[in-house]
Design a protein around this ligand. Structure first.
Ligand code: GDP
Ligand code: MN
Length: 399
């Protein structure tokens, strides 16, 4: 789960990581009020879950109230790289002397945590790495060990913080690590971590987080009640939200063939099969969703799944692909019939069962004598049939 900058800043603030004063605002009136309160100049920043906002015109400096209003009116309606702007952050402008980049992330290859840093911050790290690969330092925090002030000091030295900044950088690194660990984050990035102040006054200089990007590990949501405040109305899909409430792994894909299976790999293959079948038949039929009911799914899980998939008005047919391992096809069959009883409707369901209790499952379906229930032997045949039925339904609608 990615956070907006204004949300990421909250988590940095909990660790006392220095950052400019800032106020989140949703319309030009709120922006003007916020800017008046913070004083001028101030920075107005588009809130979108994507980088490169600066280059896209989403970060601008306002020198007075009129400018603040004009800038906010230009930024608020923007869509940046496909992301609609969700409000702006009005922040005190700081005098930047230097920009560093620092991030902590999960490194799946070395199975530990990566600290990535460079004294050439500002732009995206991928670009820095391309232009000045030697300047980007990658250091590791042991997944089983910990990180203390001594280790943070050594790291700050190796990263190449200028002498005067190293001690504060070490303290910020340690706080970033605490933020990362306490929040089950997969990424905590500060770019720029800026050296700010008056160039002629040594005492005024310090490091300050001018931008923050944080991603949280969705698998840890169960132990962070507070994360509900990060739910994003801009990005939440009704179907995905309902599926999440039922603990189902669902992704809305906006096609016409609902897909339900057990195991992410099998569901992905089913999506490919439906996609291919739709194309081969010369139609625009595509998968409507990804839905993995997981291992050992009960009749109830099957019923919840079908009820969500069938409530999608774009869905014309459903492909149910179950390979019974821990999951019993008999349970799945019961769930399908329960769902049909409960939901009614007349959309065709195409079922392919294999493995654990497949014969019993198929018998239950056959005994139901429901004309909307179709059974196929293989995944390819079932995908083909589901695509064909969806295409026929679409044609019938158009006629
Ligand atoms: P990003 O483009 O999405 O990474 O957005 P940032 O928040 O990092 O802002 C982009 C750039 O705007 C920064 O790298 C800075 O150069 C500049 N910027 C941001 N805040 C300030 C500020 O307070 N003062 C000044 N002078 N520049 C700023
Ligand atoms: Mn940035």
């Amino acid at each position: 789960m990615d956070l907006y900058e204004y949300q990421a800043r909250e988590l940095l603030a909990e660790q006392d990581i220095p950052a400019p004063q800032a106020i989140y605002a949703q319309n030009s009136h709120e922006v003007a009020e916020a800017a008046d309160r913070l004083g001028y100049p101030c920075v107005i920043k588009a809130q979108v879950k994507i980088g490169h906002r600066g280059q896209a015109g989403g970060v601008k400096i306002a020198h007075n109230r009129d400018e603040a209003i004009l800038i906010s009116e230009s930024i608020l309606p923007m869509t940046i790289h496909g992301h609609k702007v969700n409000g702006v952050l009005v922040a005190e402008a700081k005098n930047i002397l230097h920009e560093y980049y620092v991030s902590i992330s999960v490194d799946r290859t070395s199975r530990d945590f990566d600290v990535l840093a460079t004294a050439n911050g500002g732009t995206e790290v991928e670009e820095i790495a391309k232009e000045h690969p030697e300047s980007v330092k990658r250091l590791h925090i042991n997944a089983l060990g910990d990180f203390d002030m001594e280790a943070a000091r050594q790291m700050a030295d190796q990263i190449g913080f200028y002498h005067a900044d190293a001690e504060q950088a070490a303290s910020i690194l340690l706080k970033m690590w605490k933020c990362f660990k306490d929040n089950d984050a997969t990424l905590v990035e500060i770019n720029p971590l800026a050296k700010i102040g008056d160039p002629d006054d040594e005492a005024s200089k310090s490091l300050c987080a001018l931008d923050a990007k944080i991603s949280l590990d969705g698998n840890a949501a169960f132990r962070h009640d507070g994360w509900k405040r990060f739910d994003d109305p801009m990005q939440s899909d009704d179907f995905e939200r309902r599926a999440a409430e039922h603990g189902l792994h669902y992704v809305h894909l906006h096609g016409q063939v609902g897909v339900i299976g057990n195991g992410a790999g099998l569901v992905m293959s089913s999506l490919d099969a439906v996609w291919g079948a739709g194309k081969d038949q010369g139609t625009d039929v595509k998968p409507a969703n990804f839905l993995d009911i997981g291992g050992g799914a009960s009749a109830e899980v099957m019923r919840d799944s079908l009820s969500i998939v069938l409530s999608d008005p774009q869905v014309e047919s459903v492909f149910i692909n179950v390979y019974g391992g821990i999951t019993s096809c008999e349970q799945v069959a019961k769930g399908i019939l329960e769902a049909i009883d409960e939901l009614g409707g007349s959309k065709p369901l195409v079922v392919r069962f294999d493995g654990n209790a497949a014969a019993q499952g198929l018998k239950i379906l056959a005994d139901a004598h429901n004309p909307n229930l179709h059974v196929e032997d293989t995944m390819e045949q079932a995908a083909w049939q589901a695509a064909k039925l969806a295409a026929a339904a679409l044609t019938a609608k158009e006629a």
